[in-house]
Structure formats: C-alpha cells, structure tokens
Write a protein that binds this ligand. Structure first.
Ligand SMILES: Nc1ncnc2c1ncn2[C@@H]1O[C@H](COP(=O)(O)OP(=O)(O)OP(=O)(O)O)[C@@H](O)[C@H]1O
Ligand SMILES: [Mg+2]
Length: 244
C-alpha cells in the first residue's frame, strides 16, 4: 500500500486576492459563491446536488487547474479546448507533497471524442484498445481497469455509462485503486456509487456546499422510498387524465 502520499489534492478555495464579480456565471452559482474552503477526502469525495447546482462547473475547474484538458482525458490529450468557465483561474489549490503518477478527467458529454482520440494516438489508459468500438459501459470499464495506482481521478457522472451491476463492479475497482494510493473526486447522482464508505459527500445547493451523511442524501432517501413503495408512488405520479 502507498497510502502515505495521499491526498494529491487537499483543498480548494477561491483566491481571496481575485477580483470576482458575483453577479456573473460561474460566480453567480450559489455553490461557487459560497465555496469557502473545500477540504477533499484522501480517498473519495463525492459532489451531489440538484441538476444545475454547479458540480460539473467545479469539477471541470479543478481538472483544468490541475493541468488536465477541459474536454476530458489525461494530460496527453491536446485537443482544441472546448468552452471552459473561467473558474479555474480563480481557484487556489492546496496540493499534497507529491504529484499523482497518473490523472484523468472523465467528462460525461465528451467521452466518445476522448476515446476516439486516445485510440488514435495510442497513448494513455485504455488507448489503442478500440475504445470507441466498445459500448459506452464496456469502454468505461476498460478505461477504469487501466487506471494506475497513485492516481488522481476526476469523474463526472460515471454512472451514465454503467448498468447497476457494473456500478457495483466499479465500486470494487475504485476500492482497489483507493487501496493502491489513488484519490477520486466524483460528481454523481448514483445512490450505488455514493454508498462507498471511505468517502466524503459534499452536497451543492442554494445555500452553498455542505457535507452530508450517505443516509441523509436525497439519492438514498428517494431511491429507497421509491423501491419500497413503487406501486403507491406510481399511482401518485401517473394520474390518468380521464380518471374520475
Ligand atoms: N457557459 C455558461 N454560461 C452561463 N451559465 C452556465 C454556463 N454553463 C453552465 N451554466 C449554468 O451553470 C449552472 C451549473 O451548471 P453545472 O453543469 O455545473 O451543473 P451540475 O450540478 O453539474 O448539474 P447536473 O447534475 O445536471 O450535471 C447551471 O445552471 C447552468 O445552466
Ligand atoms: Mg453536471
């Protein structure tokens, strides 16, 4: 085990010296405005919260500030940068004393492009394996199985690619990597992934960012309630117009 080197990224905050216009995107997002000092878990930090709460914006800014491409991928991906929020330029990062041996930013929307590119240049995790000829979930699992120890991995909604069984498998792979010295930061809506115990869950909402316990997340509560009462909940949700 090589746990002594973690975390690679300890803290992020808005640079107190920066001139910030809080009326404009991305600083107008409550979670960004109230970012304060975000302390990251040495193993896994989850970002949760409603759609539009700012999770991807913050994750992308961390990735770019760490030298990763905004489009996603590893440091070998040199592509035309897509439109990126200016947040990365305003972040103060407190890093660990050692650099990760590998790093990767998975950006849900551009996975296909990055896989094609990595196939093309045959460099980096999963490259040259015909990733773009695999299904979304197969390619993602190939990629994750090629993640190296002592890495820093930033993943935006990895569950988008994964069946429930593969999400369980992803927990196993993530645990292995964590034990081998890797750190993850993951934006997710998956109650399965969120169950990972060596983790900190940060909830983004209108008031800012707050740490929550797994069982107190909306993901856990709503999924559990729905699965336990799905017939009743469906009756409440699906009201037929012609029903008297
Ligand atoms: N270029 C932009 N200009 C202005 N507003 C933007 C821009 N890009 C994103 N936003 C807004 O910023 C907010 C945060 O978006 P973000 O993608 O970070 O949310 P999220 O928490 O990742 O949501 P989801 O769970 O749906 O992925 C949203 O309200 C979005 O509409
Ligand atoms: Mg998002």
């Amino acid at each position: 085990m090589t746990l002594a080197f973690k975390p690679y990224l300890r803290e992020i905050s808005l640079d107190p010296k920066a001139q910030i216009d809080y009326d404009r995107y991305p600083f107008s997002i409550p979670a960004v405005r109230e970012l304060g000092v975000m302390t990251l878990h040495r193993d896994v930090t989850f970002f949760v919260g409603e759609n539009g709460a700012g999770k991807s914006t913050v994750l992308e800014a961390i990735a770019v500030a760490m030298g990763l491409p905004a489009e996603g991928g590893n440091r070998n991906v040199y592509r035309q940068q897509q439109e990126v929020s200016p947040l990365h330029g305003y972040l103060k990062l407190v890093k660990g004393f050692r650099q990760p041996r590998a790093s990767y930013f998975l950006r849900a929307e551009s996975l296909f492009n990055v896989f094609s590119y990595l196939d093309e240049i045959k460099v980096g995790p999963g490259s040259g394996a015909g990733l773009h000829r695999r299904s979304h979930g197969e390619a993602f699992m190939d990629l994750m199985l090629n993640f190296r120890e002592d890495g820093l991995y930033l993943l935006d909604e990895p569950e988008a690619a994964l069946s429930p069984s593969r999400q369980l498998a992803a927990l196993t792979v993530m645990h292995q990597l964590v034990q081998e010295g890797s750190q993850f930061i993951i934006a997710t809506h998956s109650p399965i992934l969120l169950s990972y115990p060596n983790a900190k869950i940060l909830c983004f909402d209108e008031s800012g960012i707050m740490e929550v316990a797994y069982a107190d997340t909306e993901h856990y509560a709503v999924t559990r309630d729905f699965l336990n009462n799905h017939e009743r909940r469906l009756q409440q949700l699906l009201v037929d117009e012609d029903a008297d």
